[in-house]
Design a protein around this ligand. Sequence first.
Ligand code: S3P
Length: 175
Amino acid sequence: MDNVILIGFMGAGKTSIGIKLSYELRIPMEDTDKIIERLEQCKISDIFASRGEEAFRQMETNLLKKLIEDDRKRGDNKLGMVLSVGGGLPLREENRQLMKKLGKVIFLDAGPDTIYDRLKNDTTRPLLQCEDPYRRICDLMEARRQYYEDACTHRVVVDNKKYGDIVKEIVELCK
Ligand code: S3P
């Protein structure tokens, strides 16, 4: 089983869909933010505050390299996993290449209204703690869309769909 990597904007549903997908495919699920928090013993928002965004981005790249190396060591006994990645991880060209080495890359494509609706009361995303989060979502999304499209092997639109239906779509893509 190939790894399945879920990319997309904050709040696109990568974690929730990833959990259901891992259950459906009967493979484990991991999340780059959670692994980094475990390794650093620190919340993402504290990493941003104390060490800055660039240091966090480097942690993301190092982690992808480590996952590829782990897979290489396993040879033909690759485990296969669902990996959801932080919304900004695909911005680096190097990360886009690394993800394609790791497996199928699914872009969960959500519009700004969906994202705003889900994250308007969220306090855990440092990039959205600002005066006008809706504007910030639109601006970031415009700046990022091309990177998500370049990074993915498949795109799945998620607006107005139930998680269960999205999971079915992804399972079909993984066959
Ligand atoms: C970020 C997304 C977050 C997290 C960090 C930065 C981003 O992950 O990695 O706050 O730049 O879009 P989620 O996409 O899981 O929210």
